[in-house]
Design a protein. Sequence first.
Lengths: 397, 186
Amino acid sequence: MSGLNFINPFGVREDPGTFTGDFYTENFSRKAKPGTVILNLGPQHPSTHGVLRIVVELDGEYVIRAEPVLGYLHRMHEKMGEVKTPWQFIPNMGRVDYLHPIAWNWAYVGAVERLGGIEVPERAEYLRVISCELNRIASHLMWWGAFVMDLGGVTPILYAFEEREKINDILQIVTGSRLTLSYFRFGGVSTDVDERFLRLTKEFVPYLRERLKMYKALVTDNIILRRRLEGVGPMGVDICQRYGATGPILRAAGVASDTRRDIPYGIYKKFDFDIPSGPTNDSFGRYLVRLAEVEESLTIVEQAIKELPAGAIRIDKAPKANYKLPAGETYFAVEGARGQVGCHLVSDGGTRPYRIKLRAPGFSNLSLFAEAAKGTLLADAIAILGSLDLVIPEVDR
Amino acid sequence: MTAIENLDSRFREAGALVVSRHDFKRDGLVLSATIPAGILTKLARGLKDDGYALLDLSVLEAKEGFLVTYHFDSFREPGRLALRVLATEEMPEVPSLYGIFEGAEWHERESADFYGLIFFGNPNPVPLILPADFDGPPPLRKDPKDLAALSALGLFGQADVLDPSWEALVNPPAPDKPGAGDGAGA
């Protein structure tokens, strides 16, 4: 080990030529100024999510530079999509984003349906909306609890989990699982809802509305939370455009852009709901947008349950296991909890897609972090990171 | 629609090879243009000025090479566009869009990982998703025998071929010469 230069335990480099850590830390350290500290947040660290790793250069408590390091949860879903038949690939979609798997179900199944010209019965369209919105609420609640925990408030996540469990109970009735949901099928959904599903969902809507009032009193109006978030990490339209950020980040920047409204898919046109946007583009603005979206999703679920038509849940001529996708290219996008989820599908007419490209909103949203964190306090950088609502398997795919 | 017509004519004037209109309900695209790599940054800058964002970058490996597709969308007037650049095995290089859309850095690094492409001008050309010491072949590269021709993939919608050398790639001669393809059939 004689070639190794001494590195002190705080990561302060003795001279600019000395490096500490692995390739990414070294690569990052090359541009470091003398006297600064290089710190690795993650990949296993309580303040980051999942296995996100961020290398930061600190001057005192201030972040001079930051660079996320990805790939710890990379599973090459895109390759699996090329070697599996469309049917075999559906379960993968439950595993890309474990907090909002239904959106990914929809992106892939929707792309196949669009390319294959497959119709979906009306009842199935309603069930898709109901399950997707319930799942979105669960995702936002999980984010809410984890975000407040990032900021030092440990209690709220317990409330969030309580509501999330109720949603899991409901979705379990039709999907059989609580985390990696695979509910969608080509030409419909897998299972029809029963009386219990409808009853629990009807009970859940007013219940969560009451709870949201408590969330506001307990957390949203809390002066400590506000001081931690207000004015921290402003992200305007410009940075969203340069990095391709979508979802609540873009909406907090004042753009009421939502794939459900802009590029309507399914039957979202039939429902009356608002796209919350603004009024501030800081971390608190993103917080408010997500909580407002929970209420809008509740409104959608309420309408969909009320108007749920009778009928089949899958078309009779649904594709079979040996289904051959027609040759062609399509792009199908849906609004996930974190932004626009996209599936670019190319087929050469075989039983397996020729190419699948998955657009993960978290990937683009995280890419702006390095710029947003520049010059902030480390604690504020953690708040900014939490406000991006990251799900690492989605970023890495 | 006038905005799209404007873009259409701008792509043509800039020297696009193929300009295609698409049926959005089927292709999920409004307009696509296949362009030489040399005008990519110029067109991307124009799109940025018009309020478009780079949403993703998708590479397609085909017999002719790597078709690098940039998907753009506008926050104000949604309508997805695609710019396509063909990079070949001999010249696997495409200019980086980092100077226009900073988010391109990651998309390009990801494509470099998976296909071995080179995006010149990328400020941090190190592996993004794959580990730094990964020494296998680029994982999304296909076996040469599995490669399809671009024309077999239905990419070009209602195509207007502006460069004669692309005519054969977009509209190959009718299959009355069985020797031309690899004879896989329908």
